[in-house]
Design a protein around this ligand. Structure first.
Ligand code: PLP
Length: 412
């Protein structure tokens, strides 16, 4: 072993001893509610393919036709020569779908977050994030070098205290602008960006978006909402929770992924035309990265069309029925806290276990019984807060959910 491998095997050993080791599980079937692992069929309750679109004929046909016409790869970053027609069509349909003036597509949701926050903020600024936001947002906030403050999960009072603190921060003198003389430096206030998710990825609860929007307006801050687990699922047009809460005009920045309910892959940002024009110039993960593949863009366009139509409505209805069914069986309900809009359902049903080893053992027990339910551990969630994360899909049959509920009750 060379010295690098020697060092890493030691680190891996420590990591595994803490019950945190991971391995990849090879799946020999398409994504769906029934998957094949090692020659066995398992009921899949681990996917973010909430509407069952990843293997849908409409998306597959759109992707295949686009490969035939535009090829498999994009060839370059968008600003070089990779800005193919399917990307433009996708951005038009995303903007229309989300009800915003413009949209920009990235290779992933992670890349969208990582490009956006550092393009907007610098070391003189403040970024305030909910304690439970996704790793991509934390990494993006750190990369921006803005002062990072964390508010207690869904705690509007705590956010208010931090925004008051930010208001009291001194501005910084910056050199005079073009029409001011060099001697008259102006004071620039720190910019403040509040970042939250609308539906939280590992808890499945919902942010008090209206109250957060109220607060950030009062303090003149900007708001970025990650709709990764909400796009396609909420509101009359399935646009997401920002729209369902009537906040589209007040949330400056909406982040999303094409890889969850939309069944494809890639990420996107929605907002004003100026925001998008700025980001396509300054977001480094956009500028310096090859464009998403044409078939991925085409699949996402097909998904958006489908979600907005009657099939989208039917699929959402089935999803919420399955969620209610499982919660009834488990005797749990969507979080009743008033901060979470009186128990809005989400497709994510966490089953809290605590110790890492116990969560892994529970997942293994379920696996042996034919259910694929992941044990979620540190660093995805805090240490000692390991859980099973059941994610439901519109494509699950009631009988499958029934069997899972039964198995979970047996284990818990
Ligand atoms: C999955 C996820 C992302 C990242 O999106 P990808 O397209 O998978 O990179 C960002 N934010 C949240 C909350 C997510 O769950």
């Amino acid at each position: 072993m060379n010295s690098l491998d020697q060092e890493l095997s030691g680190r891996l050993e420590t990591w595994r001893q803490q019950g945190l080791g991971r391995v990849l599980r090879r799946i020999d079937s398409p994504q769906g509610t029934s998957i094949e692992i090692g020659g066995r069929r398992l009921a899949n309750f681990s996917s973010n393919d909430y509407l069952g679109l990843a293997n849908h004929p409409s998306l597959k046909t759109a992707a295949a036709e686009t490969i035939a016409r535009y090829g498999a790869g994009s060839g370059a970053a968008r600003l070089l020569s990779g800005s193919l027609a399917p990307h433009h069509q996708l951005e038009d349909s995303l903007a229309a779908f989300k009800g915003t003036p413009a949209a920009l597509v990235f290779s992933s949701g992670y890349a969208a977050a990582l490009g956006t926050i550092p393009a907007l903020l610098g070391p003189d600024d403040v970024v305030v994030v909910d304690r439970l936001v996704h790793a991509s947002l934390v990494d993006a906030a750190r990369l921006s070098r803005a002062r990072l403050r964390v508010f207690a999960h869904n705690d509007v009072a705590d956010l208010g205290r931090i925004l008051q603190w930010a208001d009291r921060r001194p501005g910084r003198a910056v050199a005079g602008t073009a029409n001011a003389s060099a001697a008259t430096a102006t004071i620039r206030r720190p910019r403040v960006l509040v970042v939250t998710e609308s539906v939280f990825s590992m808890d499945g609860d919902v942010a008090p978006l209206a109250e957060i929007a109220e607060l950030k307006d009062r303090h003149g801050a900007w708001l970025m909402v990650d709709e990764a687990h909400a796009t396609g699922l909420y509101g009359e047009l399935r646009r997401g929770l920002v729209d369902a809460s009537n906040l589209t005009g007040r949330v400056e920045i909406q982040l999303g992924t094409l890889g969850k309910a939309l069944g494809a892959s890639g990420g996107f940002l929605c907002g004003s035309r100026v925001l998008i024009d700025y980001l396509l110039n300054r977001a480094r993960s956009f500028v310096f990265s090859t464009a998403p593949t044409p078939p991925a863009a085409a699949a996402a366009i097909a998904a958006i069309a489908l979600i907005q139509g009657p099939e989208g409505l039917t699929r959402c209805d089935s999803l919420w029925k399955r969620v209610e069914q499982l919660q009834q069986q488990l005797g749990t309900r969507a979080s009743p806290s008033p901060a979470t809009r009186g128990g809005t359902l989400s497709a994510i049903v966490p089953i809290h276990i605590g110790p890492e080893a116990a969560a892994v053992a529970a997942a293994k027990e379920l696996f042996d019984q034919g259910f694929f339910v992941p044990a979620i551990r540190y660093p995805t969630v805090a240490r000692g807060q390991a859980r099973l994360r059941v994610s439901l899909s519109a494509a699950h049959a009631p009988a499958e959910v029934e069997r899972l509920g039964h198995a979970l009750r047996g284990i818990l």
